[in-house]
Design a protein around this ligand. Structure first.
Ligand code: FAD
Length: 380
C-alpha cells in the first residue's frame, strides 16, 4: 500500500509546518503558561493566519463549504499542530462545533460554518457534565419547551474554548433517562445569553476551558440543531473525527519529543563523548522510535476507517487511541528521563510537549476506557 500523502495534502503539510515553525514565538506566548490576562487561551493573530492558509477549510468537505475534510486531511493538519505543540482550538471550533453545525444545521445555521472557515467565529461544544465521565450519552441538562421558547437548565464541565466562543453548541435532554442515546438535542447558544455563566481556567497543557452553568436559559425554538431528541448519532460522528484528530495531534507531539531527545543525546557530552554513544541510551531511543512507528500506523488505520460503518469506526478508533495512550506516555516519560534535569524546566519545549501528550489521553476516553470499548466492540 502507498502511504505517501497526495500532492494537495503534501502542500498543506509543508505550508502549515513552515508557518508553525516561523511563528514559534506567538505559539509559545502566554497561552501555554496559563496567563490569566489572556482569557482567549490562544493568539488571535495566529488564528487569523491559520484561516488564511486554508487550514480550517481543510477540515470541512466541499459540501460544507471547505475543500477537503476526509480522515487523512484531519490527520495531516493535526499531526503538524501536535508537532508544534499548538494550543489553538481547531478541534473545538472546527471539528466539534463546526462539524455539528454542518451535520445538523438548517441553511441559516450553516452560514456560521462559513464564518468558522473564514476564521471569524469561534465555537465550543458544551456536552460533558460533572457526572458523565466518558459516556457520550450521559446528559442530565434538560431542555423544556415553554410556548415558543426552549428553556435549558443544567451544568457542563470542562468546556474547552468556552470563553472565546461566540456560540456554544449545548447538548440537553428533551426526553428519556439520563444515559439514553435517544432524547438528546443540540442547541446553538450565544455565549452572552442571559442565564449562561462561565467560570474559566487555564488548562495544564495550555489553552483554556470553563465550567458552564445554564440557569433557565431561554432560547427560541430555531436555536435547535436538527430534529428534537435525535442528536446522538451526529455527536458520535463528530466525536469520532475529533478522536482521530487528537490521535494524530498526539502522534505529532510524540515526533517532536523523540526528535528533541535524539538531538539532546547527540549534543550532551559526558565522559568526553556525546551520551548518545552509550549503548544503554541507544536501546532506549530505539524503543521510542519503534513505538512512534506503531503509533503512526494506528493513526493511518483509524483515519482510513473514518468513513466505515459505525462498528468499524468504534473498533479502530479505540484500538488507535489505546495504543497511542500507552505509546505516548512511554515516549513522554522516557524523553524526560533521557534528557535528565533540563526536561524539568518549564521553559524547555519538551516540558510542554510531554504535558500535551499525557493530557490528550484524558479526552473522550483514556487508555483503559478505550481498551474496555475495544473488548466490548470485539465481542458485539
Ligand atoms: C528538580 C531538580 C532538583 C535537583 N537538585 C539537585 C541538587 O540539589 N544537587 C545536585 O547536585 N543536583 C541536583 N539536580 C540535578 C540532578 O542531579 C541532575 O539533573 C541529574 O543528575 C541528571 O543530570 P543531567 O540533568 O545533567 O542529565 P544528563 O547527565 O544529561 O543525563 C541525561 C540522561 O542520560 C543518562 N546517562 C548519562 N550518562 C549515561 C551513561 N554513561 N550511561 C547510561 N545512561 C547515561 C542519565 O541517567 C539521564 O537519564 C536536580 C535536578 C532537578 C530536576
Amino acid at each position: 500500500m502507498n502511504f505517501d500523502l497526495t500532492d494537495e495534502r503534501q502542500m498543506l503539510q509543508d505550508s502549515l509546518r513552515r508557518f508553525l515553525r516561523d511563528n514559534q514565538d506567538g505559539l509559545r506566548a502566554s497561552t501555554r503558561l496559563g496567563d490569566t490576562e489572556n482569557t482567549l487561551g490562544f493568539d488571535a493573530g495566529i488564528w487569523g493566519k491559520l484561516a488564511e492558509l486554508g487550514v480550517i477549510g481543510a477540515l470541512f468537505s466541499e459540501e460544507d463549504g471547505g475543500f477537503a475534510g476526509a480522515g487523512f486531511d484531519l490527520t495531516t493538519v493535526f499531526e503538524e499542530l501536535g508537532r508544534a505543540g499548538a494550543v489553538e482550538p481547531l478541534l473545538d471550533t472546527a471539528i466539534l462545533g463546526g462539524g455539528l453545525i454542518a451535520a445538523l444545521g438548517n441553511e441559516t445555521q450553516k452560514e456560521l460554518v462559513e464564518q468558522v472557515i473564514g476564521g471569524e467565529l469561534h465555537l465550543a461544544l458544551a456536552h460533558g457534565e460533572p457526572n458523565s465521565r466518558y459516556d457520550l450519552a450521559q446528559v442530565e441538562t434538560t431542555a423544556q419547551v415553554d410556548g415558543d421558547d426552549i428553556v435549558l437548565t443544567g451544568r457542563k464541565a470542562v468546556v474547552i474554548n468556552a470563553e472565546a466562543a461566540d456560540y456554544l453548541v449545548v447538548s440537553a435532554r428533551e426526553s428519556g433517562a439520563a444515559s439514553d442515546e435517544d432524547g438528546i438535542s443540540l442547541f446553538l447558544v450565544p455565549r452572552d445569553s442571559a442565564g449562561l455563566s462561565l467560570r474559566g481556567y487555564a488548562l495544564l497543557a495550555g489553552g483554556r476551558a470553563a465550567e458552564v452553568d445554564l440557569d433557565g436559559l431561554r432560547l427560541s425554538a430555531d436555536a435547535r440543531l436538527g430534529a428534537a431528541g435525535s442528536a446522538y448519532a451526529a455527536l458520535k460522528r463528530a466525536t469520532n473525527r475529533a478522536e482521530v484528530a487528537l490521535a494524530a495531534e498526539t502522534l505529532g507531539a510524540m515526533e517532536a519529543a523523540t526528535e528533541l531527545t535524539r538531538e539532546y543525546l547527540l549534543t550532551r557530552q559526558q565522559f568526553g563523548r556525546p551520551i548518545g554513544t552509550f549503548q544503554a541510551l541507544q536501546h532506549r531511543m530505539a524503543t521510542l522510535l519503534i513505538e512512534l512507528e506503531q503509533a503512526r500506523s494506528a493513526v493511518i488505520n483509524a483515519a482510513g476507517h473514518l468513513d466505515g460503518s459505525a462498528a468499524e469506526q468504534a473498533l479502530q478508533i479505540s484500538a488507535a487511541r489505546n495504543l497511542i495512550g500507552r505509546a505516548g506516555r512511554l515516549v513522554a516519560e522516557e524523553s524526560i528521563q533521557l534528557h535528565g534535569g533540563i526536561a524539568m524546566t518549564e521553559e524547555y519545549e519538551l516540558a510542554h510537549i510531554a504535558k500535551r501528550i499525557v493530557m490528550a489521553d484524558h479526552r473522550f476516553g483514556d487508555t483503559d476506557t478505550q481498551l474496555e470499548r475495544f473488548i466490548d466492540q470485539s465481542a458485539a
